[in-house]
Design a binder for this molecule. Structure first.
Ligand SMILES: CC(C)(COP(=O)(O)OP(=O)(O)OC[C@H]1O[C@@H](n2cnc3c(N)ncnc32)[C@H](O)[C@@H]1OP(=O)(O)O)[C@@H](O)C(=O)NCCC(=O)NCCS
Length: 184
């Protein structure tokens, strides 16, 4: 698979050198607030996770998000496809922008659009879904901008910061993606 280019961002394969940054991000409480990560992560944990990727299906390997800065590219986060179901042509997607200075610049929604395009036009899927905590308003907004629609609510499905929160399920279908493309 080659690098996936969008308007301002690109998605490339994760490299061993990226692990140091990933380790910083997964230990930042502001970044992990909306993620299913609860405990401090050691550098060895992160390295072992990276090593385990070698055995993962190519289609489900994480992708590094880079933004164009002049003539260079800056790594700001990662994203990926997981739980790919070939019988039902569906998968889940996820994203983490670890560079907090790059939040609220539209990169999250652009990444999710690009990932959806990848799922429909390269992986030939029909349905792409995600889960998001109700109080992660920034994420919900970013997903809506990328064309994902709310389809369900798992009540009190996550316990974080001393309270239960609902988990929202959002998705985009190939038919919606196609008509969205026509409108643009
Ligand atoms: C969630 C995340 C992917 C969003 O990416 P992003 O690049 O920051 O998002 P975007 O800039 O594309 O869109 C954010 C939108 O939320 C809005 N927003 C941000 N904070 C808000 C708030 N408190 N209330 C209402 N809207 C808010 C922004 O204004 C923007 O909408 P607009 O373009 O209509 O103005 C990114 O912030 C991130 O990775 N966070 C940490 C990890 C995480 O939570 N991952 C998602 C797990 S489901």
């Amino acid at each position: 698979m080659s690098i996936i280019y969008g308007k301002r961002i690109r998605l490339r394969a994760a490299e061993r050198e990226d692990v140091k940054k990933f380790h910083e991000w997964v230990n930042d409480p502001e970044v992990t607030r909306g993620l299913a990560l609860f405990l401090p992560m050691s550098f060895t944990d992160e390295e072992n996770w990276f090593i385990s990727l070698a055995k993962r299906d190519q289609k489900e390997k994480p992708l590094v998000i880079e933004v164009r800065k002049g003539k260079a590219w800056k790594m700001i986060g990662n994203c990926g496809v997981f739980d790919l179901d070939p019988v039902n042509s569906s998968s889940e997607v996820g994203i983490m922008i670890g560079e907090k200075s790059e939040w609220n610049k539209g990169y999250g929604s652009e990444t999710m659009s690009l990932l959806a395009r990848h799922c429909f036009e390269t992986l030939n899927l029909n349905r792409v879904s995600l889960k998001v905590y109700t109080d992660n308003i920034r994420a919900v907004r970013a997903y809506e901008k990328a064309g994902f629609v709310l389809e369900g609510r798992l009540r009190e499905a996550v316990y974080k910061f001393g309270k239960y929160d609902d988990v929202l399920i959002m998705s985009i279908l190939r038919s919606e993606w196609t008509s969205q493309k026509k409108d643009n």
